[in-house]
Design a protein. Sequence first.
Length: 228
Amino acid sequence: MSVLCIICARGGSVGIKNKALIKINGKPLISFTIQQAIKSKIFSEIIVSTDSKKIQKVARQYGAKCWFLRPKSISTSNSSKLLAIRHALIESEKYFKKKFNICFDLDITSPLRNISDIQSSYKKFKNGNYTNLFSVNEAKKNPYFNMVEKKGSFYVLSKKTNKIYFSRQKTPKVYDMNASIYIFKRGFLINEHRLFSKKTSIFLMPRERSIDIDDSFDLSLVKYLLKK
């Protein structure tokens, strides 16, 4: 089984400038994900997809392979990440001259994941007949109970049913996609342009390992937790 790990890192991050290279405990943010991938010992190859020469240099220093720069056309804030992952898979198969059965995407903005999360999600994926899998945590808010949206000039519950719920615990279970781990079968990633299928599954992670760094507040939380 040939397994590829792709770590995507745009140079033009919007929420936090140069996010991939922000220092936490003296190390660039991207290094945490690279080192977790290496220590998991499940990947045939670990590569970084970036449009930045600075990130490319740092990625190599921490042990990832990074020989190409991602085209600008799929490196904007409006670009689909699936396109970047697919592009990296195709480039990797050309470079290594082989096909990869399974492709991981580990997001650099989720450094609180641990090695066992990577290993356990891989085990679940291998043992199930899934096209793809992504990591989640239990949602704190629920669209059937305490999430609202505007419709016309009114605010209503995001999910309306005939049943009235008096506590969040009684509502249908919902999850937050925590942007930590994505796993794809090669055929699904190459041929599909979507994230969900009838054979999509999830890997549940605890909330304390599910912070996705999107702004300065998230960054402060992660810095605090990694220093503990």
